[in-house]
Design a protein around this ligand. Structure first.
Ligand code: SAH
Length: 424
């Protein structure tokens, strides 16, 4: 398939974008939340986000899905096939550097429409001779029934079996080139084993807690019903400290407003323990910062910024990923690399060469223009090039520089994509 032109808008780092749009919706989620708030008082921003995004009946991801040109936002894998191909090459190069283990699980968290896995599997197919002795399987962690259906059509042509016996998966199928694919609602259900994890625009969708420093100490931002306006939500501050202010604010914190995503921390801890025990690597790509930003929570609907508290369940809610927090939560179980900017990572992975080959192979002008346009979306520092970052977890031994006096050990090759960082 040819790269598709981005008719749609990507969610960029916080701060990029225009006025937020307030909007209606059918109001079912708002009524549900208003009842809950009236009955038991304000909720944390994390609880609000969890309801709005993944409530089993009315949540945004559960019902709407959002990704793609016809959705509310567009992502890199939807912009160009080259993006997923280069990630596929990253995994193969790591698999080779780690001594070509005989089994490999590709585990994607929040696969959206399934496009990224599809592009990676195409690379695996093209390099079938390299992978011929490796038993490859795909494991998708997806909460949204709607998106898992779209993924199943994309990856298997829709031939899937629900609730397979003796499996922790809720669905299984076989890819067009014969690779088994399993779906789970939680990373903990994925069987152990040598695995490559992938989280593209996944961590930004997880619920965050928001805190503010006040004269009386740290307070948590909560969501409450506005007493003046019926069924309208508003932000309030907790009257005293909350369990979260005690657990998540570091004593050395210098910012006055802080966002923390404990769920991301728990998932990174799990990934790090699994990689430490069974080997493999994790690649995280998202917009974010290294513990410096303050207020990044925002909503998107129909490719426009959307008021976070308006018509919950009808808009995507997202916050920048704090990579310094992810690094901390790996707790030294694995080494970490990055974050490095998307344009540097893709350049190190050879995107320019790949573009040249595709340009040479495409006969018509419109296709060539599309290729250049999507390259610009991914690489331009003012578009996705600088906002998005790549971050990796790798076993410590992968980064050990061998003792130069010990000639029996060959040096580990540099980690692709990050090699400039390694040279520092
Ligand atoms: N990776 C895709 C989609 C990003 S949107 C892309 O880049 O195009 C976020 C994805 O994470 C969606 O598939 C959404 O349904 C899924 N998701 C959100 N919260 C989740 C959770 N708690 N557990 C598993 N998947 C989740």
């Amino acid at each position: 398939p040819l790269p598709t032109a981005p008719a749609a808008v990507a969610r960029l780092c916080s701060g990029a974008g225009g006025e937020a749009e307030a909007a209606g919706g059918d109001g079912a989620m708002l009524r549900h939340l208003a009842r809950k708030l009236r009955a038991s008082g304000p909720v944390t921003v994390a609880e609000y986000m969890r309801e709005a995004l993944t409530n089993p009946g009315q949540g945004y991801y559960t019902r709407r899905g959002g990704v793609g040109e016809s959705g509310d936002f567009i992502t890199s894998p939807e912009i160009s096939q080259v993006f997923g191909e280069l990630i596929g090459i990253w995994y193969i190069s790591e698999w080779m550097a780690m001594g070509k283990p005989s089994t490999l699980q590709l585990v994607e968290l929040g696969p959206g429409r399934g496009t990224l896995t599809e592009d990676i599997l195409r690379v695996f197919k093209q390099l079938a001779s390299v992978l011929s002795k490796c038993d490859v399987s795909v494991h998708l962690v997806e909460v949204s029934p709607k998106l898992s259906e779209i993924q199943a059509v994309m990856l298997t042509g829709g031939k899937v079996q629900p609730n397979p016996e003796d499996k922790s998966a809720y669905m299984e199928g076989i890819s067009k080139n014969g690779i088994p694919i399993f779906w789970y609602s939680n990373i903990q259900d994925v069987p152990p084993g040598y695995s490559f994890y992938l989280a593209h625009e996944f961590f930004d969708a997880l619920p965050i807690h928001k805190f503010q420093r006040t004269e009386k100490g740290w307070r948590e931002v909560l969501v409450d019903i506005d007493p003046e306006v019926p069924d309208q939500l508003r932000f309030v501050l907790s009257p005293s400290r909350t369990p979260a202010t005690q657990n998540f604010i570091q004593p050395e914190e210098t910012r006055d407003h802080v966002e923390v995503c404990p769920e991301a921390g728990v998932i990174v801890q799990r990934l790090a323990s699994r990689i430490e025990k069974d080997g493999g690597a994790a690649l995280v790509a998202d917009y974010g910062h290294d513990g410096t930003k303050t207020d990044t929570l925002r909503g998107f609907r129909n490719h426009k910024l959307h008021d976070v508290l308006s018509a919950p369940g009808t808009a995507d809610l997202t916050a920048d990923v704090d990579f310094s927090y992810l690094r901390k939560m790996a707790q030294g179980r694995t080494a970490t690399l990055g974050p490095i900017k998307q344009r540097e990572f893709l350049k190190n992975m050879g995107i320019d060469l790949r573009l040249q080959v595709l340009l040479q192979n495409s006969g018509d002008k419109a296709t060539r223009q599309q290729l250049l346009h999507s390259y610009d979306m991914l690489m331009n520092p003012e578009k996705m090039g600088d906002c998005f970052n790549f971050f990796a977890l790798l076993p410590h031994h992968r980064l050990v520089h061998p003792d130069t006096n010990d000639k029996s050990k060959s040096p580990s090759p540099p980690v692709a994509g990050f090699n400039e960082l390694l040279l520092k």
